[in-house]
Design a protein around this ligand. Structure first.
Ligand SMILES: *Cc1c(COP(=O)(O)O)cnc(C)c1O
Length: 388
């Protein structure tokens, strides 16, 4: 049997294991010192004032929408080329979701399509309350342009940076919230660094940070300043909003804090392999992964597009042949608006043509820090054979 190469894989070392074991031997499995230590370290890394660790990026997206008072009657826009969670967070709050078509090169929200859609929405008095740009594959959207539109049209911005921790935009870390209200990271094992399950919401706005902090733990507070009426004593707490249990455990946070020490190494290795893919794929009938000025991607994903008009096979048989050869290729993403759940809510194929064209030819090649050059050579050689 040839070895199976997955599309993504975590990199866990002895320090990571020891960090988790240390928590297991301590007094605190959750709500102890590891969570604030991890939050402080990520906030410092990104240069942002507040970081709130939660049990997933999905939870963080939900808290971000709640903190921005997204509710029934509100509109939220995101990219159709993303994981479904970027859209579902608006629906959790009873708001309406809509999408903005992508730029074919980067697979990020097209600034041109966004400008046109905003102009039209203004005429119809249907402007969005929040826009959630997604940094596809780890490559930042043009956040300065989005922030200028936010200023002009009065919407708020949540960056879904689930792919992009460790990436940079305009020479500064993604997640710094220079051009957004809140940024979201995911620490699922296929992403850049991991806490098993986990996510984070970052913000420079103290009010938003306090609100997300309250909502991640049942909407319950022990802070007398937030209470109404009389305080019954030092055991007393009050529920002042409808929150959730979205907390991260200390076991997860200790793993995250340990992984963070190697974040730059992970991204460097991913970048080296991505650059190498660009060179190795040059003579093949594929378009290599998108790049953009002022951005260095965290390289969560290396997505190529097959030049199907030059090929005799379709994407489906190419995909199956690669899988049968032991390569864990994948497809990112099925356009969210074409999912049955969203078609039932009024969306249809044809709504976002660039997203659909992108999906029709996209193929994600394996990429993870521990992947060797030998494995990468095998991936490219197999792809070349299959495409012939
Ligand atoms: C993975 C992912 C999420 C959800 O992350 P979880 O931590 O698994 O909840 C959200 N948005 C995007 C773009 C993702 O890739």
């Amino acid at each position: 049997m040839t070895e199976f190469i997955p599309y993504g894989k975590q990199d866990i070392n002895e320090d990571d294991i020891q960090a988790v074991v240390d928590v297991l031997r301590s007094d605190w499995l959750t709500q102890g010192p590891a969570v604030p230590a991890f939050e402080g370290a990520v906030a410092k890394y990104c240069g942002v004032s507040h970081a709130l660790a939660v049990n997933s990026a999905t939870s963080a997206l939900h808290l971000a929408c709640r903190a921005l008072d997204v509710g029934p009657g509100d509109l939220v826009w995101t990219s159709p080329i993303t994981f479904v969670a970027s859209a579902n967070c608006a629906l959790y709050c009873g708001a309406e979701i809509d999408f903005v078509d992508i730029d074919l090169n980067t697979a990020n929200i097209s600034i041109e399509a966004l400008s046109i859609k905003l102009k039209q929405a203004e005429r119809e008095d249907r402007l969005p309350k929040v826009i959630i740009p997604v940094h596809m594959g780890g490559l930042s959207c043009d956040m300065q342009a989005i922030a200028e539109l936010a200023e002009q049209y009065g919407f708020r911005v949540v960056e879904d940076a689930s792919h992009a921790v460790g990436g940079r935009y305009q020479d500064a870390p993604v997640g710094n919230c220079r051009y957004s209200d809140i940024s979201i990271f995911s620490f699922h094992p296929v992403k850049i660094m991991t806490t098993a399950e986990g996510g984070m919401a970052l913000t420079d706005d103290e009010h938003l940070a306090r609100k997300m902090d309250l909502l991640r733990s049942h909407g319950v507070t022990r802070d007398p300043a937030l209470m109404q009426g009389e305080n019954h004593g030092s055991w007393y707490y009050q529920q002042v909003d409808l929150g959730y249990n979205y907390r991260m455990s200390d076991i997860q946070a200790a793993l995250g804090l340990s992984q963070l020490q190697r974040l730059d190494q992970f991204v460097q290795r991913r970048t080296l392999l991505a650059d190498r893919y660009d060179v190795l794929l040059k003579s093949l009938p594929v378009i290599t992964a998108g790049r953009a000025p002022h951005c260095s991607s965290a390289w969560h994903l290396y997505v190529i597009r097959l030049e199907l008009d030059q090929l005799e096979k379709g994407r489906r048989s190419i995909f199956e042949e690669l899988r049968n050869a032991g390569l864990g290729v994948n497809v990112h993403y099925i356009p969210v608006h074409t999912q049955p759940f969203f078609e039932d809510r009024g969306f249809a194929k044809g709504d976002f043509p660039n997203a659909e064209n992108y999906y029709a030819s996209a193929l994600t090649l394996p990429l993870f820090p521990k992947m060797t050059e030998v494995q990468q050579d095998r991936i490219v050689a197999t792809l070349q054979e299959v495409l012939q």
